[in-house]
Design a protein around this ligand. Structure first.
Ligand SMILES: Cc1cc2nc3c(=O)[nH]c(=O)nc-3n(C[C@H](O)[C@H](O)[C@H](O)COP(=O)(O)OP(=O)(O)OC[C@H]3O[C@@H](n4cnc5c(N)ncnc54)[C@H](O)[C@@H]3O)c2cc1C
Length: 366
């Protein structure tokens, strides 16, 4: 059985990995480059129990465990490590000393205070997202999967049965027995081809500094000099870099992932925000100024399952702020669904694409 997976982000690569583990023929079609989008530019922060209390909890807990076992069992190093995670407040307008409940790591400045420990090495971890996504794709290829460079511009439906029979890639038919839409925010394009709910792209900016502090991840509540409140996240990485995100963008999603770019002034503003937390970090060399779009559905939950009414068509997208965390369990469950008819490791019921109305093909604007 041949499965074409549209999109080489962390979700597509994870599905290919788990299909290849079951000796199924997986072909990933990627337009711009594996991990070029959010899956290469996100925080890579993982949490065991931060989704508890929502229907995401079993998926997140399974995935947190899979991240640990993948890191232990595979040769590649993608910077996986368990970390402590701190809640921090920082302000340009007021003294935050009253919020200090724990001593600050030495690299934080005087305008920041640690108000609490919000994760421990038992419950929180980090990965380098680009390295992880590429490692999953490489492992899938080692196991027999294929990566095709090309732009998916349609889905082939069998004239008789209406069953999905392949993807149209750069105008040519790539035949298969099943097709998976894993295009992240570009899954919106697939609403032109299949009865799928909308997946919007929500933009965020990030910076990567050449700076090696102590390893804690920081979740910051920050007040700027003009009173604006933002919530930057800071993830030091074992490769001697530190990643900072938390500044939203406003541009609409471009059709071509290669056209995603930071907005004017965004990198300078994010650097100013960083300086309120750690002047030392903000003064370090900037290795990357970047932006990306996280995929978001109408109810904030992912779409993971069969496309309603189209046999052989599946979707796995809309992972919002937890796509890096939830990719392994999504890939595993999708492989079970496609090869065996049902997921056994997690209940995909809450993520059934049929829960939301399909988006009108004529209203897709990208
Ligand atoms: C700033 C930021 C920080 C984040 N931090 C975290 C975090 O700390 N932890 C966490 O768990 N999650 C985090 N996330 C969320 C996470 O990054 C995403 O949920 C996840 O990367 C989505 O993966 P994906 O594979 O669905 O989509 P993408 O990574 O967007 O991949 C989709 C792929 O499809 C390709 N494509 C598009 N159109 C076509 C086409 N027509 N044909 C072929 N290929 C095409 C693209 O090139 C792209 O490679 C963050 C997101 C953002 C924006």
């Amino acid at each position: 059985m041949k499965v074409v997976i549209c999109g080489g982000g962390v979700i597509g690569a994870s599905i290919a990995y788990y299909l290849s583990q079951r000796n199924f023929d997986a072909v990933v079609v990627e337009r711009t480059g594996v991990a070029n989008a959010a899956s290469g530019k996100s925080g890579g922060f993982l949490a065991l129990d931060w989704c508890d209390g929502s229907v995401l909890a079993p998926l997140a807990r399974r995935s947190f465990a899979l991240h640990g076992s993948l890191a232990a069992s595979m040769d590649q190093d993608w910077g996986y490590r368990r970390v402590e995670t701190l809640g921090v407040v920082a302000s340009a307008r007021r003294d935050v000393a009253g919020y200090r409940n724990l001593p600050s790591p030495g690299w934080l400045g005087g305008k920041a205070a640690v108000c609490g420990r919000i994760g421990t090495p038992q419950t929180t971890a980090q990965i380098n997202p680009a390295a992880f996504t590429n490692a999953m794709m490489a492992a899938a290829i080692d196991n027999g999967a294929a990566l095709v460079a090309g732009c998916v511009d349609g889905i082939v439906l069998s004239p008789g049965s209406g069953r999905a029979a392949g993807a149209i890639v750069d105008g040519a038919v790539l035949a298969s027995d099943a097709v998976v839409i894993a295009l992240g925010p570009w899954s919106m394009l697939a609403c032109r081809w299949l009865p799928l709910p909308a997946t919007e792209g929500v933009k965020g900016h990030s910076l990567v500094f050449a700076y090696r502090p102590s390893p804690e991840s920081l979740f910051v509540e920050l007040e700027s000099v003009d009173g604006a409140r933002t919530s930057p996240e800071i993830n030091p990485r074992p490769d001697g870099t530190t990643y900072v995100c938390g500044l939203p963008g406003h541009d609409a999603l471009p059709a071509d992932p290669a056209d995603v770019a930071p907005e004017p002034g965004a990198s300078a503003l994010l650097r100013q925000m960083t300086a309120l937390v750690s002047p030392e970090l903000a003064a370090a060399e900037v290795l990357a100024e970047q932006s990306c779009y996280r995929p978001v559905t109408a109810d904030g939950l992912p779409l993971i399952g069969p496309v309603p009414g189209v046999a052989g068509a599946y979707v796995a997208t809309g992972h919002n702020v937890w796509g890096m965390l939830n990719a392994p369990a999504t890939g595993e469950a999708m492989a079970e669904l496609i090869t065996g008819g049902a997921a056994t490791t997690v209940d995909l019921g809450p993520f059934d694409p049929a829960r939301l109305a399909p988006f009108k093909a004529s209203e897709v604007e990208i």
